[in-house]
Design a protein around this ligand. Sequence first.
Ligand code: C5P
Length: 324
Amino acid sequence: MVLHYSRTSPIGNQPRYLASTAVFLVEIVKLVTSLVLAIYDTFNSNPSIPPSQNIQKLYNSLFSPDSWKLVVPAALYTLQNSLVYVAISNLDPVTYQVTYQLKILTTVLFSILLLGKIISSRQWMALILLTFGVAMVQLAEPLNIGDWRERLNSIIQGKPGPVSSTFKGLVAVVAASMTSGLTCVYFEKLLKDSGSQSLWTRNVQLSFFSLFPALFIGVLWKDGAAIGRDGFFAGYNAIVWFIILLQAIGGLIVAVCIKYTDNVAKNFAASFSIVVSYAATTFIFQTPVTLHSTVGGSIVLLALYLYNGHSASHGPVLPTTRER
Ligand code: C5P
């Protein structure tokens, strides 16, 4: 919501802030935070050895021979984050959030393909229910079928106007969902195959490689002329800085989720948080509770129960105490 607000609110004669500069700054914040945590981790886990040895250890893991493997998720995450900006600039937040739930299914598909994850039919049912349930919760207004039919007709007939940007937004959100599934699962594979590499050194490497596409493709190539004219920080205000902070914290939390559970669990947690925040919003702002949101919320809970239910051959969505 904050992101959509920042991209669409009236700005008068001011230029709007450039998404590429925000994506770049998010990577800087993540890089610095991950580096501080990596230093803390190294010194904290070997308190008895001299600092010089700890520094050497940290250096060796940051510049490990396999660090190049992070180039792939770095490029894909940058692409995904840029697609999200395109989507949210062209769609209303509800349509964006609902369609982005497609990533729940793409994540499972890539988990099967890349990690060999086994999904029982009961879990498949839970995942499909989750996708529908969370989409229903987000439909804050009852779905106006007439409006959608009109939009669809306009797309099919190729009418110009705002519809064309809706179409652009929808293409971007589908592409972002595919990229999300692929990248998150690839990153999970890297983390879990990493041996002694810590989560934070992997994150330093990821942010480091993400800086290049963010800088060269986004900031310089795409927006270089506008930055040259208006400056890097044109259109920046407290909201933009708040978004940068939110995106950076969100990204780091995603990394922790992927490391200690997996991507499917991460998506369940994200969906559950949507239900909780919906409930909190209706309580705080005293907005009426709609039927489809209540049904959607119940479907999410049912999906969580179904997926997490112990079956003979498959584990729960959250790790057991022993795995943790
Ligand atoms: O929507 P989805 O859950 O795929 O988004 C994942 C987000 O987490 C992306 O914005 C990505 O940049 C961020 N991320 C991160 N650091 C990681 C893993 C993901 O910033 N180690």
